[in-house]
Design a protein around this ligand. Structure first.
Ligand SMILES: *Cc1c(COP(=O)(O)O)cnc(C)c1O
Length: 379
């Protein structure tokens, strides 16, 4: 059995330990300190946003964003269906109800058509959502112009779940900077990691100051411990932020490598009939966090799970595409709006595979993966 080939694993750049050491040397082994500030500054200048608050997870960032938009009991939130559960869970934390929106085939992300349908229905019911949560899946940007236009028409703020798309661009704008709030994740398998962490960004400096307050138990400005609103314990530690600081220095290298990996898969597999890749939308730039493709089992006679199982036998890690939220038992009661012609997110789930996209993977190893897939699908 060969050495494990990972889907996406932590990849240190080299300076992370220096920053972590600094935290020890100054005894700032706490959820504040020089690394936290420097990490936030690095993300602010990279994305060109005015304010940022480092957090212990991306999920915490999504929770805070919803809270800051005053989402509460029995409110409605529109949310991309094709995503990781972490996008939708915070809606439940606040007692609100998610309404799920399908993807379209071009972007794999929120379908403007389905979003419009959802708005028409809920405007008709006199119950507009408090927020719209848009995901940029696997680094691919959603159709943000169309989505923002619809949301602005109804005056509903957008939260951009950019957990998977740090470093991606939409028409020259960095992913996460288009909506009212953007959220990044630094979980172990993301494009860069702090071993676990997240960040909320916005051009609204007051809102991020409020996020910081809420992330640190919402303490009022008083000599004693006084609280007048609900808070959380969501701040990132100065140790983790040290890792993040080092990782920001290599982010562009990681993006370049991930894009190279995607291009290599495409060159190596695209001639197989029944295979197609997630294409970049015009005028967008994907960080290609995970290389994803569709396998048409009607044409090929094998499906995505067959390929995943075949690779697993050789210690190679591949995964299905996220199972859409509207197909999850947890959300079986929730409303759902499908794309124009068919349920696109269900189709993407039924046919999609995330290929090993580890930035530490060598071209030789990737060629082995490509050859195995070719041999298997040609059989
Ligand atoms: C990873 C991820 C999150 C959650 O981030 P954590 O830091 O793990 O809490 C949220 N949304 C999406 C789409 C993700 O992939």
């Amino acid at each position: 059995m060969q050495e494990r080939v990972f889907l996406s694993s932590p990849h240190m750049g080299g300076t992370e330990q220096k920053y972590v050491q600094e935290a020890f040397d100054t005894n700032w082994v706490a959820p504040l300190g020089a690394n936290v500030n420097a990490f936030e500054d690095a993300v602010k200048s990279y994305t060109g946003t005015k304010a940022a608050c480092a957090l212990s997870s991306g999920t915490g960032g999504l929770h805070l964003a919803l809270d800051l938009l005053d989402v509460g009991q029995d409110d409605i939130v529109f949310c991309s269906s094709l995503t990781f559960i972490a996008t939708a869970n915070p809606i439940l934390y606040l007692g609100a109800k998610p309404v799920f929106i399908d993807s379209d085939f071009e972007s794999w992300n929120m379908s403007p058509y389905a979003l419009k349908k959802a708005f028409e229905k809920y405007a008709g019911l006199g119950k507009l959502p408090k927020a719209v949560m848009v995901v940029n899946l696997y680094g691919q940007s959603a159709k943000m112009d169309e989505i923002m236009e619809i949301c602005n028409e109804y005056n509903v703020p957008v939260i951009e779940d950019a957990a998977e798309s740090l470093g991606s661009k939409y028409k020259g704008k960095m992913s996460g900077t288009i909506g009212k709030f953007g959220i990044f994740s630094f979980n172990g398998n993301k494009i860069i990691t702090t071993s676990g962490g997240g960040m909320i960004i916005s051009d609204d400096e007051d809102a991020i100051a409020h996020a910081l307050k809420k992330a640190t138990q919402a303490r009022d400005n008083a000599p004693h411990y006084q609280h007048s609103e609900v808070g959380y314990n969501y701040r990132l530690s100065n140790i983790s932020a040290g890792i993040g600081r080092g990782q920001m220095e290599v982010l562009d290298n990681r993006v370049a490598k991930k894009r190279e990996i995607f291009d290599r898969y495409k060159a190596g597999l695209q001639d197989i009939e029944g295979i197609s890749f997630m294409e970049e939308l015009e005028d967008t730039f994907s960080n290609r966090w995970l290389s994803t493709m569709l396998i048409d089992h009607d044409v090929i006679g094998k499906n995505y799970l067959d390929v995943i199982n075949m690779l697993a036998e050789d210690n190679i890690e591949a995964r299905p595409v996220w199972k859409p939220m509207h197909l999850q038992p947890l959300f079986s009661e929730c409303d759902y709006f499908s794309d124009e012609k068919m349920d696109a997110s269900k189709y993407l789930f039924d046919h999609g595979i995330c290929l090993p996209s580890d930035s530490k993977m060598s071209s030789e190893t990737q060629d082995v993966v490509i050859q195995k897939i070719r041999a298997f699908l040609a059989k």
